[in-house]
Design a protein around this ligand. Structure first.
Ligand SMILES: *Cc1c(COP(=O)(O)O)cnc(C)c1O
Length: 836
């Protein structure tokens, strides 16, 4: 059929001729430009709209299919979606990359230049937001009926500048030039209330009811971004909410004549979706943050109920048609909000509403750091969400009754498990709310789940052991290998075919080639090529020339004390001192690359950034060092920078204090691109090592139980300082101002933290780490052996596809089935207009 069709009829076709015509049409009709006036930006927009048209066609078909067949839907609620640039991902997933490159070429344009025009949507901080993005890709690829719900932040994660070695933050005004991927849906606007008080009343049937007399109303407008699966017809939706003041905002004030006050309040409402809080693994206890969380959760739940009621007239089937996943506790207020909507707005009776709620929600825990657990003051709750506080108290009252009857002689359990933490200020414990209101609680790596069960939520595990599951995180092989490492992808596909793209376990077939000398050589050449690509970036951005023949030792992730970038710095300084003491020594050339943002208010993290840059300044310009050591800090680490860094790494630094990193996913991206890992037994490192084999992994350091034991026995970091001459020299040189001669005391706080307390046990792990790094250097000298280990790492990474993770969520938590989408042709006479 398609073959006979005229180009004019085939509105969303993918042939080169059709694409050229569509590009020209979009340039003219949407950008309003011709070839004399079009800028690179116009061409990028025309290109993006041409791709979006093809996505829209499939998205509408997908939504129709789910609706007609009343599919059980997964709703993934997350305050963050770190999706990365969309253009190249959409071209590849739609299977139109080659045709579009050709169509552009025939139109005198270069695809690579246009790809660089795209602003990265930075709607997340790090791993948690990136996980949500990988899950969206996998759900669409696996044809799972699913939707992501979050916040359309006007300003995403700040842009990081480094000036004089210090981090500076710039606002990320990513929507400045418009966003061609999203479609606003003002017709699905919803109302969200804040503040005021509640009033109880008895309805006509004599039931106890509550009316929430709110003080403010804010409106949420949804913006939809298409999420295509890999070469199937599925295009799911990421629906992000933007806050708006209502049309009739603050009527009374208006009437009273205070126009400016009314306009000021309008801005106030619109602040809700203004900016992403730039904290990773530490909650910001700000009122605006609670408003953000409630805002997007209420919008999403109202939207979910609206969609459900299109096919149903009561809530009996709700948990059979709706699975809601809470990505951490940020959306945990959803438990109370669903109860409120069911009871207050839809007249459902408490016990029935509670049963529906518990069968609908599941909760993913993401952290073992006690300070990272979200708690909100009861007073703030009462002020902002008075009705929810009542509901939480009622849930708690009934829950504590259950605890009491299960453990009649253990009153101490009540205080530990209560949703309310007592103290000089009462707090609502969001993890407890999420756990009690969900049918399943999961950790994100095997070790993490065990620690959740045995330590963090032990009482809950004892009471509801069947609730707890492990779902080891994964990454999408589309973005993190196919897209970001085209050279390695081609080699792999040449050898084993392309089934690995959707069935990552097939990479095992590479093991057959591990001893082939020509295959090894090509493997090495590709790593060289990717290293050169990163070296070019470094020269452009840092002005430092690095050798692609040196070992690329890379640690890119958020700067956090538990991730121990400082331990890596201690190793760098160790190498430096060795060379200064023995200038002629034979040392394996290394380029140590750091990247990552520090939360703007995190003093220690910002000091670590400064220390890295100070050490880099000294090392990179010391003639005694020459080419043997370079230290680089890559500014503004995000998805785009990750895409060129992971494929260029020889060595992946995964050196968190054991028991602190929940999973990590950066560790997976590195290994999938052929880097070997130096790491502790923490998070998913444990499982990566199991998969790739202990002989292909550089393990060091204390285990999680050893960390606890050492702390219990009274850990003294100075004992390690005294007993290790190299360590002593390293610490002394930082303390003496060697790296900050103009300000000798600059790094005092860092040295104090190491010498007094050393919460993250850097001093205890230093010797094991440095010795392990020496083994890494030795191993790298044998390039054949290194290459074999690299190939085996890639070949054995199948488990860490987010497709595997999502299949497990589908089978064990959500109980949803794939549903394929059949695509008809888009023709205007069969499209929506006919119905009007
Ligand atoms: C993968 C990823 C992370 C998570 O990295 P970890 O090493 O697991 O902490 C953070 N930020 C970005 C941009 C990522 O792509």
């Amino acid at each position: 059929m398609t073959g006979h069709m005229h180009v004019e009829d085939d509105r969303t076709g993918m042939e080169v001729g059709t694409l050229k015509r569509a590009l020209a049409d979009n340039l003219y009709c949407i950008q309003g430009k011709d070839e004399y006036f079009a800028t690179a930006y116009d061409y990028y927009m025309a290109l993006a709209y041409t791709v979006r048209d093809r996505l829209t066609h499939r998205r509408i078909k997908t939504a129709q299919t789910y609706f007609e067949r009343d599919a059980k839907m997964v709703y993934y609620l997350s305050a963050e979606f770190l999706i990365g640039r969309l253009l190249i991902n959409n071209l590849i997933n739609l299977g139109m990359y080659d045709q579009m490159r050709q169509a552009l070429k025939e139109s005198g344009l270069n695809l690579d230049d246009l790809l660089e025009r795209e602003e990265e949507p930075g709607l997340g901080n790090g791993g948690l937001g990136r996980l949500a993005a990988c899950f969206l890709d996998s759900m669409a690829t696996l044809e799972i009926p699913a939707m992501g719900y979050g916040i359309r932040y006007e300003f995403g994660i700040f842009r990081q500048l480094i000036a004089n070695g210090w981090q500076h933050e710039c606002p990320d005004n990513w929507l400045r030039f418009g966003n061609p991927w999203e479609i606003a849906r003002p017709d699905y606007i919803v109302e969200v209330k804040f503040g005021g008080h509640t009033e109880a009343f008895t309805d006509d049937e004599g039931n106890y009811r509550v009316h929430w007399m709110a003080r403010n109303t804010v409106y949420g407008t949804p913006y939809d971004t298409p999420v295509p699966g890999y070469r199937n017809n599925t295009v799911n939706t990421l629906r992000l909410w933007s806050a708006r003041a209502g049309e009739d905002f603050n009527f009374q004030v208006f009437d009273a004549g205070d126009y400016t006050q009314a306009v000021a309040e309008k801005t106030f409402s619109e602040n809700i979706s203004k900016v992403l809080y730039p904290n990773d693994n530490t909650p910001q206890g700000k009122e605006l943050r609670l408003k953000q969380e409630y805002f997007f959760v209420s919008c999403s739940l109202q939207d979910i109920i609206r969609l459900y009621l299109r096919k149903h007239d009561n809530f009996d089937a709700f948990p059979d048609k709706v699975a809601i996943q809470l990505n951490d506790t940020h959306p945990a207020i959803g438990v109370a909000e669903l109860m409120r909507l069911l009871i207050d707005e839809h007249g459902v009776e408490w016990n029935y509403a509670w049963d529906i709620t518990r069968r609908t929600f599941a909760y993913t825990n993401h952290t073992l750091l006690a300070e990272a657990l979200e708690k909100w003051s009861v007073n703030l709750f009462r002020k902002l969400l008075p009705r929810h506080l009542e509901i939480i108290y009622e849930i708690n009252y009934k829950f504590l009754d259950e605890v009491r009857s299960k453990y009649p002689d253990e009153p101490e359990r009540l205080a530990c498990m209560s949703l309310i933490q007592e103290g000089h200020e009462q707090m609502v414990r969001m993890a407890h709310l999420a756990c009690v209101g969900s049918h399943t609680v999961n950790g994100v790596a095997a070790l993490h789940t065990e620690l959740v069960k045995q330590e963090l939520m032990h009482d809950f595990y004892e009471m509801f052991p069947e609730k707890f599951q492990n779902k080891t995180n994964g990454i999408t092989p589309r973005r993190w290998l196919l897209m970001s490492n085209p050279a390695l992808s081609s080699l792999i596909t040449e050898k084993i075919g392309d089934s690995w793209i959707t069935n990552l376990d097939d990479l095992r077939r590479l093991e057959e080639f591990v001893h082939h000398a020509d295959f090894q050589q090509r493997w090495r050449d590709i790593k060289q090529f990717n290293k050169q690509r990163l070296a070019d970036h470094i020269l452009r951005n840092n002005g430092i020339e690095v050798s692609p023949h040196s070992l690329f030792d890379v640690q890119i992730k958020r700067i956090h004390e538990y991730k121990r970038q400082l331990l890596n710095v201690l190793h760098v300084i160790t190498l430096y001192h060795r060379m200064k003491a023995n200038p002629g020594m034979d040392m394996l050339p290394r380029t140590v690359i750091f990247g990552g943002k520090a939360a703007p208010g995190y003093f220690m993290a910002k000091m670590v950034v400064k220390l890295i840059n100070s050490v880099a300044d000294m090392v990179n310009h010391d003639p005694d060092v020459g080419d043997r050591l370079k230290v680089i800090f890559l500014a503004n680490y995000g998805v785009a920078l990750g895409e060129i860094s992971y494929p260029a790494a020889d060595l992946s630094e995964q050196i968190s204090t054991a028991g602190k990193e929940a999973s990590g996913t950066g560790n997976m991206k590195f290994a999938l691109n052929g880097a070997l890992t130096i790491g502790t037994l923490d998070g998913a490192n444990v499982e990566i090592r199991e998969e790739v084999g202990a002989e292909n992994f550089f393990l060091f350091g204390l285990t999680a139980p050893e960390v606890l034991e050492m702390k219990a026995k009274g850990y003294n970091p100075q004992h390690f300082y005294q007993g290790d001459e190299e360590l002593r020299q390293v610490v002394d040189s930082i303390r003496s101002g060697y790296f900050s001669p103009k300000e000798p005391d600059l790094f005092r706080a860092i040295v104090d933290a190491l010498m007094h307390g050393d919460e993250y046990m850097l001093m205890a792990d230093y010797r094991a780490y440095v010795d392990c790094q020496d083994r890494v250097s030795q191993a790298y000298r044998n390039q054949d052996e290194w290459t074999r280990m690299s190939i085996l790492n890639v070949a054995r990474m199948g488990k860490f596809s987010s497709d595997r993770t999502i299949r497990e969520y589908c089978n064990d938590i959500w109980h949803v089935q794939p549903m394929s989408v059949t695509l008809g042709e888009y023709r205007s006479e069969t499209a929506g207009l006919r119905r009007i």
